[in-house]
Design a binder for this molecule. Structure first.
Ligand code: AMP
Ligand code: ZN
Length: 503
C-alpha cells in the first residue's frame, strides 16, 4: 500500500517510507503538566494516536514516544526566547485557588508550593484521561512517556555539544542561548527568515530584549536561576533547561536514533518550538535532517470559535466525560471518536451535534460488536487484516494522508451490511477497531458475564482504603480502572462512589 502524508517541512504530500524498513520511530510533543488537558490538547494527542494505530494496522512496528513537559515551558514561549515565568510555577500558585474552589480534590496534592507534586498530579491526570480515551502511548508510561526532569544530564550534554560546535553561547546575562545565525536552515520548517524575525515577525520577537543576545530570535537553552525551585547544577550555574532542548534530547534518547521518521504536534508548535528543535538536533548531530516527516494537527474550534477561557467554551476532557461541561456524561469512546473523526489538517469543530453523531456511531459499533461476539462465541475468524476488502478500503483511505472521513465511510458501509458470517464480521470489526479504538473502550462495559457492579463497588472501597493510607498512586490506579470501565468516579468526605455513564 502506498502511504502518503503531508509533510510540513516540504509543504507537500509525500510518499512515506521509514528509515528502517518495517519500523517507525515517531515522537509527539506531549502535555505541559500545569493543568488538566483540554479537548484541543487531546485533538492533537489523538491525531498522533490515530496515525500510530494506522501505521501498526498497516504492518509497521511503531515506537511512539510522547513526552511530559514538567519544567521549562515559559508563559511567553511564543517569543522564542524563554521570557516570562515557568508555567509550573504559575500552576503551583493556581492550584491553591483550585483547591479552594474544589476543582482539585482535597489531599491530592499535599503541598501546592512544590512544583514536583503539582507536575506529578497533572501528569497522573493526563495519563488517566489518555488511558480513558484509548491513547495507546499513555498505557506505555513510563517507558515511552519520558519526563523532562529525568533527562537533565542528557540535555546538558547536548547543550555542551552545541557550545563546542559554536551553535550556542553564554550571554552576558549568564543564559545559554542558541545562535540562530549559526544554523543557515533556521526558518525552513515555518517559512520564517532571520531578517523577517529581526523586524518582528508579526510581533513574535521582542526587539527590546536583545541586549544579551546576538540575534533577537536566539533562544534559551539553559537559564541559571537560583530562585527557581526546580533547578539543577550545571557548568552554567544552577538553573533549568529551555523547553525546546527537552524535546530534542528526549526524542533522540528514548527512540535511540538521530533521525526520527515522524514528529507530530499541534500547529502552534511549528514555530518556534519545532523550528528550534530542528536547529538544536541538527546542530548537535551535524546531520542534515532531524525528522523526515513533520505532521501538525490544525487547532480544534468549539462551535466554530477559538477555544478560550474568556469565551467560556474551554473544556477539559474530564469536564466533558463527567458531564460537567454539558450536563450529561459522555462516554470516553464518544469523545475519542469525535476528536479523531475529522481530518487532522482541517479545523475540526467541536459541537454538541458532532458529539450526538459520534454517540450514534459508537452505539452502532457497540451493538454490532455485542451481537457478533455472541453469535461467534467470541471466536473471530482470522481474516487478512490488511487485505480483507472492507479493511483494505478503510486502510487505503487512511493511507491517503489520513483521510479519516473517507475511512469512516467504509466503517458505516460495514455497519450497514456486515455480512452473514458472524465470525468473519467480528474479525473485520476488530481489525477496524485496532485503529478506531471504540469497541476496545465499550466492550468492557458489555461483557455479559462480568458482575460489574460488584467490581465497581470493590474498586470504590479500595480507593477509600488507599486514600486513607495516603497511597494516592494506588487510589489513582483503582480510579483509572473504574474510568476504563466507563464509570464516573466521585470522592468526597463520605467516601467514593461510581456511576455508570454512556452518552
Ligand atoms: P501544551 O500542553 O500547551 O504544551 O499543549 C499540548 C499539545 O496540545 C500541543 O501539541 C499543542 O499544539 C496542542 N494544542 C493546544 N491547543 C490545541 C487546540 N485548540 N487544538 C489542537 N491542538 C491543540
Ligand atoms: Zn516538544
Amino acid at each position: 500500500m502506498d502511504i502518503r502524508f503531508y509533510n510540513t517541512l516540504t509543504n507537500e504530500v509525500e510518499r512515506f517510507e521509514p528509515v528502517t524498513p518495517g519500523q517507525v520511530k515517531m515522537y509527539s510533543c506531549g502535555p505541559t503538566v500545569y493543568d488538566f488537558a483540554h479537548v484541543g490538547n487531546f485533538r492533537s494527542f489523538l491525531f498522533a494516536d490515530l496515525l500510530r494505530r494506522f501505521l501498526e494496522a498497516s504492518g509497521y512496528d511503531v515506537s511512539h514516544v510522547m513526552n511530559i513537559t514538567d519544567v521549562g515551558h515559559m508563559t511567553d514561549d511564543a517569543a522564542a526566547d524563554g521570557l516570562g515565568e515557568d508555567k509550573m510555577q504559575v500552576a503551583a500558585r493556581r492550584l491553591k485557588e483550585d483547591k479552594k474552589s474544589g476543582k482539585v480534590e482535597d489531599g491530592a496534592v499535599e503541598n501546592p508550593d512544590d512544583p514536583y507534586q503539582v507536575a506529578e498530579y497533572f501528569m497522573r491526570a493526563f495519563l488517566e484521561d489518555g488511558r480513558a480515551l484509548g491513547l495507546k502511548v499513555a498505557r506505555e508510561f513510563p517507558d515511552r512517556v519520558p519526563k523532562a526532569t529525568e533527562y537533565i544530564d542528557e540535555m546538558q550534554k547536548m547543550i555542551s555539544t552545541l557550545i563546542e560546535r559554536e551553535h550556542a553561547y553564554v550571554g552576558d546575562d549568564g543564559v545559554v542561548y542558541y545562535s540562530v545565525e549559526s544554523f543557515p536552515k533556521y526558518g525552513q520548517l515555518s517559512g520564517n527568515t532571520l531578517d523577517a524575525l529581526r523586524v518582528g515577525a508579526g510581533g513574535r520577537i521582542d526587539e527590546s530584549d536583545q541586549s544579551c543576545k546576538r540575534h533577537p530570535a536566539d533562544f534559551m537553552l539553559w537559564k541559571p536561576d537560583r530562585k527557581h525551585i526546580m533547578k539543577w547544577d550545571s557548568p552554567w550555574g544552577a538553573g533549568y533547561p529551555g523547553w525546546h532542548i527537552e524535546c530534542s534530547t528526549m526524542s533522540m534518547q528514548v527512540l535511540k536514533t538521530e533521525v526520527l521518521d515522524i514528529h507530530t504536534g499541534g500547529e502552534d508548535l511549528i514555530f518556534p518550538h519545532h523550528e528550534c528543535e530542528i536547529a538544536q538536533s541538527c546542530g548537535a548531530t551535524g546531520n542534515d535532517l532531524f525528522a523526515r516527516f513533520w505532521m501538525h494537527a490544525r487547532f480544534l474550534l468549539v462551535e466554530g470559535e477559538k477555544m478560550s477561557k474568556r469565551s467560556g467554551n474551554f473544556f477539559t476532557v474530564r469536564d466533558i466525560l463527567s458531564g460537567k461541561a454539558s450536563g450529561a456524561p459522555v462516554h470516553p469512546a464518544v469523545l475519542r471518536l469525535e476528536l479523531i473523526k475529522s481530518h487532522y489538517r482541517a479545523h475540526s469543530n467541536f459541537t454538541t451535534k458532532g458529539l450526538t453523531d459520534s454517540a450514534n456511531t459508537v452505539r452502532r459499533i457497540t451493538e454490532l460488536g455485542q451481537r457478533l461476539r455472541d453469535e461467534c462465541d467470541d471466536k473471530p475468524a482470522e481474516i487478512d487484516r490488511t487485505d480483507h476488502p472492507i479493511v483494505r478500503d478503510f486502510l487505503e483511505a487512511l493511507a491517503n494522508d489520513l483521510n479519516v472521513s473517507e475511512a469512516m465511510k467504509a466503517v458505516h458501509a460495514f455497519l450497514s451490511s456486515p455480512g452473514q458470517d458472524a465470525a468473519e464480521a467480528y474479525g473485520v470489526l476488530l481489525a477496524l477497531d485496532h485503529v478506531l479504538g471504540v469497541w476496545e473502550l465499550t466492550s468492557v462495559d458489555s461483557a455479559a458475564d462480568d458482575p460489574e457492579s460488584d467490581i465497581a463497588a470493590n474498586l470504590c472501597a479500595m480507593i477509600d482504603e488507599a486514600r486513607k493510607a495516603r497511597d494516592f498512586s494506588a487510589a489513582d490506579s483503582h480510579r483509572q480502572r473504574l474510568i476504563e470501565l466507563g464509570y464516573e468516579v466521585r470522592s468526597s468526605a463520605e467516601g467514593t462512589s461510581a456511576t455508570k455513564k454512556f452518552a
